[in-house]
Write a protein that binds this ligand. Structure first.
Ligand SMILES: [Zn+2]
Length: 428
């Protein structure tokens, strides 16, 4: 299936010749004028399995898609040099600023920026005061609020609750704008449908949180300079937060900064890399805020972190190839991931089957806190369908597709282990 897909992609690529204007050879090291530190390329690299993909990840490439025996991802100049040193050469290489076909082809007004996320969350809380409350769980590096919406029929604000808790997180990675839209729209949907019998039953018995924008600084930077009336917007392909690193580069990869087996593979020591893990575990205010939020709520039983793209459902471990060693939990993870896959069409797998990545949210939440934790890589399936920038048309179908998985996770949150006994079904 994947091979067929790859062949179709090759055919599609041939039809989009201008995507391949950039030279296919890696750039020669240059002397003289310094290069812009954030100059990066979309690269397609040969990789026939998870071990080869991990070598590529270890070189500092953020792998974004796997297609047959190749991967696509983002590399800076030094990552390209490290790849060359280990004998891996891109078959395709496109400077990101020149990859116009991957940027939004039309105005992007349907996406929510930081201020609109805040105002929509506040309006939802205000319209449903008996059920919904607005929380600030921390501040970003540049001082923006990290805002959460809470659904609880009894407890409000930061009041404790003994009900099984679930948290949905969005936009650890700045350019993954669809991962803001999905949790935001799911929260609004939940509020609007709170009286539906099945939804009401869940909301009466659960403590539910949405944090749609974990990395507001990076997200704002990614679309800064885009005008809503522009025919074409040059997004910045920014992944990380806005930390100013000592070498002049910008950002720490928040999804490599969590403190469980931090910096043990698939994360870069190079501050310029897209997968830079930061100077220390939890060095960043955004990951500190999530850590504190989780630690203050021992009732949390499940976590779902939205990313884009590739249409995958991932579960721990990411930092090593071994499966988790708790047999009943592993059975539950596999059953729930399979169910998520059935509901979405996304492919379920252990995170490290893709490649090793350490310091991510879900390894920490499971490894340190015992919270059943999943990563969804949302729409689209590939860069040929728009990659990080699929356009506003992707918002509604992606959101609609993710309603049933949200309800399923809420349903299972009282005892996720039972998924391993029932084969994923909600009943015991
Ligand atoms: Zn991501």
């Amino acid at each position: 299936m994947k091979l067929v897909l790859a062949l179709l992609l090759v055919a599609a690529a041939a039809a989009r010749a201008d995507w391949f204007e950039a030279p296919e050879a890696a750039p020669a090291p240059e002397t003289g004028a310094p290069q812009p530190v954030d100059q990066r390329w979309w690269v397609v690299l040969p990789a026939s399995g998870s071990a080869e993909r991990t070598r590529i990840a270890n070189a500092g490439v953020s792998i974004e898609e796997v297609s047959g025996s190749t991967v696509g991802g983002v590399a800076d100049r030094r990552a390209l040099e490290r790849l060359r040193a280990i004998g891996i050469h891109p078959s395709r290489q496109t400077e990101l600023e020149k990859a116009h076909l991957l940027a939004f082809p039309q105005p992007d007004a349907a996406f929510h920026d930081y201020s609109r996320v805040k105002s929509e969350l506040a309006a939802t809380a205000a319209a449903h005061p008996k059920l919904v409350s607005l929380l600030k769980i921390g501040s970003s590096l540049q001082g923006r609020d990290l805002v959460a919406l809470r659904f609880n029929s009894d407890a409000k604000g930061t009041q404790k609750s003994a009900k099984p808790g679930v948290v949905f997180l969005g936009t650890h990675h700045a350019r993954e704008h669809l991962s803001t839209e999905v949790p935001l729209l799911l929260a609004k949907w939940l509020a609007a449908n709170a009286e539906r019998a099945d939804v009401k039953k869940l909301l009466d018995s659960r403590d539910v949180y949405f944090v749609p924008l974990v990395n507001p600084d990076g997200a704002e930077y990614d679309h800064a300079g885009c005008r809503s009336d522009a025919a074409r917007c040059s997004y910045k392909w920014h992944r990380k937060n806005m930390r100013e690193n000592s070498d002049g580069s910008r950002g720490v990869d928040l999804n490599r900064n969590y403190g469980f087996h931090w910096n043990t593979g698939g994360a870069s020591d190079d501050p310029g890399s897209d997968t830079y893990h930061g100077p220390a575990p939890f060095s960043e205010p955004e990951t500190q805020a999530v850590k504190r939020f989780v630690e203050e709520r021992p009732n949390l039983k499940a976590l779902l972190s939205y990313h884009t793209f590739s249409e995958l459902v991932l579960y721990p471990w990411g930092h090593k190839y071994d499966p988790i060693d708790d047999g009943p939990a592993l059975a539950a993870y596999k059953a729930m991931a399979t169910k998520f896959g059935e509901l979405t069409g996304y492919t379920p797998e252990q995170s490290s089957e893709l490649y090793i990545a350490s310091g991510d949210t879900t390894d920490w939440a499971w490894g340190e806190r015992g919270i059943f934790s999943f990563t969804f890589e949302l729409t689209p399936a590939s860069s040929w369908d728009g990659g990080f920038y699929p356009g506003a048309k992707a918002i509604d179908p992606t959101f609609q597709k993710n309603i049933a998985p949200m309800l399923y996770l809420l349903e299972m949150a009282d005892d996720p282990y039972r998924a391993g006994i029932t084969g994923g079904g909600a009943s015991k």
